[in-house]
Design a protein around this ligand. Sequence first.
Ligand SMILES: C[S@@+](CC[C@H](N)C(=O)[O-])C[C@H]1O[C@@H](n2cnc3c(N)ncnc32)[C@H](O)[C@@H]1O
Length: 355
Amino acid sequence: MNPESAIETEVAPPAGLNHPSPKAVLRELHGVPVNGLNDSYLYKVDAAEFSRLDLHNAMFSASLGGLFPAPAREDIQQALMICNDGPIPAVLDIGTGSGAWCIDMAKAFPNSHVVGMDLVPVKASSVPPSNCHFEVGNADTDLAKMYAPESFNLIHVRSVVQGVKDLHSLFQNVWRMLRPGGVFLAMDGRLTTWDEERQEILYKEEGQPGFSWFRKMIYHMLEVTKVSTPNCFLVPVAPFNIRIQARNPSADLMHRITECLRGMGDDVWEKVDRFNLYLPVGNFDSPIMSPGERLGGKLFTENMSRLPDSIRPMLLSGDLTPEEIDRLTSGLREELKEPRIKQFSLFIYTWSVKK
Ligand SMILES: C[S@@+](CC[C@H](N)C(=O)[O-])C[C@H]1O[C@@H](n2cnc3c(N)ncnc32)[C@H](O)[C@@H]1O
């Protein structure tokens, strides 16, 4: 990171939104608004990003043919069943983004109450039904303050781990907040790619056969996530400045959620299960794709072509210059239209049922 260029100032939050601490909600990083509560999730926050996050939700719904993977459906429906003398079923979506999943869930389960929480106030593209509301908070620091034990029947955390520094404490909080029989549904990706035989593709430098701009982008995303920006600072020790880099330990655990949950012990979860979703990186066809994955892949391709704009503050906090990011963006957009190699991204869903 280049500390001189990381100019951070507080900016006003979007008008008309409720949040506990208006000043803390957004700050400016490299001239772009980012969240002001957390220093490891360095995506921009604006209308274009909320629209990309709507696309993110649509891409998973299309790929899975619903709001969660088919093999998890029975456990989730069971957890959301209404008991005559019990509280109404409640759902929490941590890091809800545009809130689209919450709104879809609230419509699909009208007898449940759905809460979405995020670092920034949600700007949903449609009016949430009355059984859905949104709150602002940081999953690293606020869950214990915001939610009582045994409050929820289902907790959903999708594509959020980049912004969570203490994943183990998140899992403990989730377990505490779940009612017995409640389900935790987590999904995160792996910042690498896979071929049609499901073998991992090795990273290639520019100029080498098999080089991919998409791989270059996710390589830099992983590097910045490991070294979270404001934790990387210069200590003046004459005659040199010593650079200290504090890693976000969760960066290495993004794809190991299943193992982390299983490792919590025998008395914690009734079961822990996993479902792998592979989506094509770019516009190509392959006999191994289902119709849902084909449709999801098209939305993923559109989503990825917008991603460099979303993560510009993150990439500028790493070692790429603005000119290098512009080259990466145009290279990526060309590659997505006409891929030179067939590669897939892996999205790992894990669900567990509380004992
Ligand atoms: C890539 S988006 C995913 C949005 C949504 N979960 C989905 O899958 O459509 C990640 C979201 O997580 C939020 N986030 C990241 N770190 C967080 C944290 N520590 N606490 C709460 N929200 C967080 C971000 O603000 C962003 O809205």
